[in-house]
Design a protein around this ligand. Structure first.
Ligand code: GUE
Ligand code: MG
Length: 306
């Protein structure tokens, strides 16, 4: 059977594949337009500082795509690359400099940091009005409170909700299950869905019988970082499935020696779901696009206030 996008799929596949790359491209065009407007009205462009510590291959790849994405929409990117053995105080100094720099509207310190550095201490030092990752406790705390609006919502959860909304999936009143409770994805994703009036359950590594809980979900967000572990039998007919996982698995046929798979067994789940995101090409590109969006928002706030 040939699906609408021309990709040959198995006869069992029901789901519409959500194209995160295409939706990202659309949003990036909107952002480029907003950057142009800012430049015309204020004579300034948004600036994003990206700080990379060490030489992890995956971190280098992600940081490169973030810097390239900035260029695409006209955001100025500021790069600081530090050696693996940098001390905490030197890293804090870099953050302090960017906090004070009026040309910088967003600061991203690429995670994970080396083991000798207290990650929380670094993230907490980022000024809350430049916290484009949305990892500061003040921003996550505001997301958890009714009647409060955080300055920034973390990029991956925001990207997940944007994919649902732009694909016509209703969130309000629906039952959503988030798998994983990390500070950077699972927890803020659950808070954001709750803010959008979903009824939210979080399942995690200690949950008993996760499969039967997931089976009640209209919306599934898989963010536990375990390759292809959400099986087709867990997915209720017609559910929307958002796969946050990007797990490398060894593959000698690939140039870089691995390929990426999600946390969901894609083909199995696609036989039950109404909508599903692929890996790669689903949530990943949206994470970067939401980072750009947060940076543009931050610049608008800073430049219009001055
Ligand atoms: N301070 C901080 N903020 C982050 O947002 C952050 C971080 N640290 N550390 C690592 C994780 C991971 N992450 C991804 C971003 C884009 C893709 C992405 O674009 N993935 C492509 C594929 C990329 C490839 O082929 O390697 C895709 O899914 O299509 C994936 C993962 C952001 N993170
Ligand atoms: Mg977890």
């Amino acid at each position: 059977m040939a699906a609408a996008d021309g990709v040959v799929t198995s006869a069992a596949q029901q789901a519409k594949v959500i194209d995160g790359k295409a939706i990202s491209a659309e949003i990036r065009l909107e952002l480029a337009e907003q950057v142009k407007q800012l430049q015309q009205t204020c004579g300034k462009v948004p600036g994003l500082a990206v700080v990379l510590v060490g030489t992890r291959g995956d971190s280098e790849t992600y940081v490169r795509s973030k810097r390239k994405a900035c260029e695409e929409v006209g955001i100025a990117s500021y790069a600081t690359d530090l050696p693996e053995d940098v001390c905490e105080d030197d890293l804090l100094q870099v953050v302090a400099q960017y906090n004070a720099d009026p040309n910088v509207h967003g600061i991203l310190v690429q995670l994970p940091l080396p083991g000798h550095i207290n990650e929380r201490r670094i993230l907490d030092a980022i000024s809350i009005d430049k916290d484009v990752d949305g990892f500061h406790p003040a921003n996550i705390g505001a997301l958890a409170m009714r009647g409060r609006t955080p300055l920034f919502v973390s990029c991956t959860p925001k990207g997940c909700v944007e994919l649902l909304e732009r694909s016509g999936v209703q969130i309000s009143g629906k039952r959503a299950v988030v798998i994983g409770r990390s500070n950077i994805v699972g927890t803020p994703a659950a808070l954001l869905l709750q803010q959008r009036d979903a009824t939210v359950t979080v399942v995690h590594s200690r949950t008993r019988d996760a499969a039967s809980i997931v089976a009640e979900a209209d919306i599934v967000i898989a963010a536990m970082g375990k390759p292809e572990s959400v099986r087709g039998s867990w997915i209720k007919a017609g559910a929307a499935v958002i796969d946050v996982g990007t797990n490398p698995v060894p593959d000698a046929t690939k140039k870089r020696g691995y390929r990426l798979v999600g946390d969901v067994a894609f083909h199995e789940a696609a036989a039950h779901a109404s909508h599903i995101t692929p890996v790669p090409g689903g949530v990943g590109p949206m994470t970067i696009t939401m980072l750009l969006s947060n940076t543009v928002d931050s610049a608008k706030r800073a430049l219009h206030a001055s």
